[in-house]
Design a protein around this ligand. Structure first.
Ligand code: ATP
Ligand code: PRP
Length: 228
């Protein structure tokens, strides 16, 4: 008997993971170990799911695009913010409607409310991990962004004079408020997307389509539950 084909799905560690698991559960696509606690980075899933053996990679959110683009994973789950920033060569067949937030330009309350431009001599100091999106936004405004790349806690940068503005995701607004910042402009609405390697989309068409359609049902079910 021939071995079953393997379908590899890259999951983002961190905050998206918790919201991903109920969708996987609905689709009978559960990892066989607790991926929120295990130190293993590759975890088996069902042995026979639509004719495939499923395995999961548990990796940092920012790395999912790379694994899927290079074909180390057939499918992945990634925030739209990361897809817009790095523009990987992947398909994006489904909005999972989890990890919902918005990508915004934010600044100190007084400075934003004054309505005065943050630019000095046509340049704005912007702290962000979305270097490309920040540069692109300010370029369209006819300004140059001096991008200060940070890996987290962006809201601190304006408080200590490191930057005039930040580009970051906002959900409840609590982090901004706690640090005396407000939104100036919303750039994009964000949610997490199922992404697919373009070659896998063709060579593993049946299995990939089965995952898409089962997860689509899970998303619809979750939306119905939320709207009850
Ligand atoms: P790491 O913790 O590995 O440095 P990260 O901070 O990008 O990476 P997470 O905070 O888990 O990882 O965020 C992953 C994704 O979740 C983001 O790309 C974004 O799409 C979404 N996200 C981030 N922050 C929020 C938030 N406050 N509310 C909702 N979704 C968010
Ligand atoms: C994210 C983001 C904001 C915060 C926004 O940070 O970078 O700081 O969430 O959410 P809120 O509007 O609900 O407050 P995270 O908690 O991932 O920490 P980080 O800054 O270390 O990335």
């Amino acid at each position: 008997m021939s071995e079953k084909p393997v379908l590899t799905i890259a999951l983002s560690k961190g905050r998206i993971l918790e919201q991903t698991l109920p969708l996987l559960e609905f689709a009978d696509l559960m990892p066989r170990e607790d991926v929120q606690t295990t130190r293993k980075l590759m975890v088996d899933g069902p042995d026979d799911w639509a004719g495939s053996k499923i395995r999961f990679l548990i990796i940092r959110a920012a790395d999912v695009c790379t694994y899927v683009e290079k074909g180390a994973a057939d499918l992945g789950i990634s925030g739209r913010d990361l897809l817009l920033e790095s523009k990987p060569n992947v398909y994006e067949p489904l909005d999972l409607k989890i990890g919902q937030c918005r990508l915004c330009i934010c600044g100190p309350k007084d400075a934003v409310e004054s309505g005065k431009s943050a630019a000095v001599g046509g340049r704005v100091r912007v702290a962000t991990k979305y270097d490309n999106l920040a540069a692109q936004y300010y370029r369209k405004q006819g300004l140059h962004a001096d991008v200060i790349h940070l890996y987290g806690s962006m809201e601190l940068a304006p408080l200590v004079g490191l930057a005039d503005r930040i580009v970051d995701v906002v959900e409840t607004g609590n982090t901004l408020k706690a640090n005396g910042l407000i939104e100036e402009t919303t750039l994009f609405d964000i949610s997490s997307r199922l992404i697919a390697n373009p070659a896998s989309f063709v060579t593993k068409k049946t299995q990939v389509q089965a995952v898409i359609s089962k997860l689509r049902e899970a998303v619809v079910d979750r939306e119905m539950e939320r709207n009850k």
